[in-house]
Design a protein around this ligand. Structure first.
Ligand code: 2RA
Length: 381
């Protein structure tokens, strides 16, 4: 957690080992942070942290609400929150860290000059407003897909490629949830054995669609039908093999996000990805069946060791005790859970694995807040 101290009359804010119930959730970041912090940076920290105004754009949505929760839980040094939402929500009160803040509109938020704005208000809002915030010197961390593939915009999963971030980056893209959890688990294996091809099928939570989809599922479960429909079809007792719109090549936009974002985050365009994304009536997180072919041979024991040592990864893999990751257990956790590790016996150098993570946390809010933490600890804002 972040703790304020004074040394030689300088107010210092340092990261301090948390010993709360969230200790497991936050340990990967703390390990990363320990290696990033140096005593020389403390006075600069103090100046910055004494005035850390943070905006959350889309503060009343499912991901925006989760961003507020994660900022508060991780004790990010928010000295003043600027909750931003659509005109119809302006003036509503939002609770954060024991205080109430009034929701403001876009221009008012820019005028308040927050250091960082976490955006989760949809692609159209990000396309229009992220450049306006950036022009005002505000660093935007955007959860929409609007900027992810723009050449000059870094697409960041801190455990994988935080090192690409620079102080001059004023728009930073948070990747798609299904991509984030996959690359966190695959990066250490790519470094060791060089990934040639990934075949992934997803089983995605309705929370990825938003509140309307949660309402549809709950209504259908309670009454057999729903008056609010986020999907064309019933989702309860069903599996819908379409996430986002279809593109000309017959794949959905969600599937192509997994293809393109994986290469960009890994910094390796040679990785081939074939994806099928499916919505299922689940709430806790997204699950993925991943078949990965490497250029080099591997030992299963080495794969297990690498994953056990990887930042942000928890291995849950014991067939003897029926231990494997499930969205129910990943819910409200920040880590990526990996299990069902098996050699694919049908072709050389190929591994099967099962990857689960809370899509609203590591797949969205936590990843965005981790980027903000990295910017602050490395004096990039
Ligand atoms: C979904 N990937 O689950 C989306 C959310 N960004 O629909």
């Amino acid at each position: 957690m972040l703790t304020a101290l004074t040394i030689n009359n300088l107010p210092l804010t340092i990261y301090f080992s948390a010993c709360s119930g969230h200790a497991i959730n936050h340990s990967p970041f703390r390990r990363q942070l320990t290696s990033m912090l140096s005593p020389l940076s403390f006075p600069i920290f103090a100046q910055k942290f004494s005035r850390m105004r943070i905006a959350v754009v889309g503060a009343t949505g499912l991901v925006g609400t989760k961003m507020l929760q994660v900022l508060e839980e991780r004790q990010f040094p928010v000295t003043e929150l600027v909750p931003v939402a659509s005109e119809r929500s302006v003036g509503k009160m939002v609770k954060f860290a024991g205080k109430e803040y009034a929701v403001v509109g876009m221009q008012q938020a820019i005028d308040l000059k927050p250091a960082i704005a976490l955006f989760s208000a949809g692609g159209a809002t990000s396309t229009q407003w992220a450049p306006e915030f950036a022009k005002a010197g505000i660093t935007v961390i955007d959860n929409s897909s609007a900027w992810r593939m723009a050449a000059n915009v870094p697409l960041v999963v801190p455990e994988v490629n935080a090192q690409v971030l620079k102080a001059t980056d004023k728009i930073i893209a948070n990747p798609n949830c299904s991509t984030i959890q996959m690359v966190v688990a695959l990066k250490p294996l790519h470094d060791a054995f060089s990934i040639k091809r990934i075949v992934v099928s997803t089983y995605q939570s309705v929370t990825g669609t938003g509140v309307k989809a949660v309402d549809q599922l709950m209504n259908e479960r309670a009454h057999g039908s729903s008056d609010v429909m986020a999907y064309k079809y019933r989702i309860d007792l069903n599996a819908i093999p379409q996430i986002d719109v279809f593109l000309d090549n017959g794949y959905t936009k969600e599937e192509m996000k997994m293809v393109n974002e994986t290469c960009k985050i890994m910094g390796d365009n040679s990785i081939k990805v074939s994806a099928t994304t499916v919505r299922i009536p689940v709430m806790g997180g997204h699950s993925e069946s991943v078949n990965v072919e490497f250029n080099k041979p591997f030992e299963l024991t080495k794969v297990r060791t690498l994953l056990q040592q990887a930042s942000g990864v928890v291995v849950e893999d014991d067939p003897a005790t029926q231990l494997y990751p499930m969205p129910m257990n990943a819910h409200e956790r920040d880590e990526v859970f990996v299990g069902r590790l098996r050699v694919d016996e049908t072709q050389p150098n190929t591994l099967n694995m099962w990857i689960v993570s809370d899509n609203l946390r590591k797949g969205a809010a936590t990843n965005a807040v981790q980027i903000a933490e990295y910017l602050v600890t490395n004096q990039l804002v």
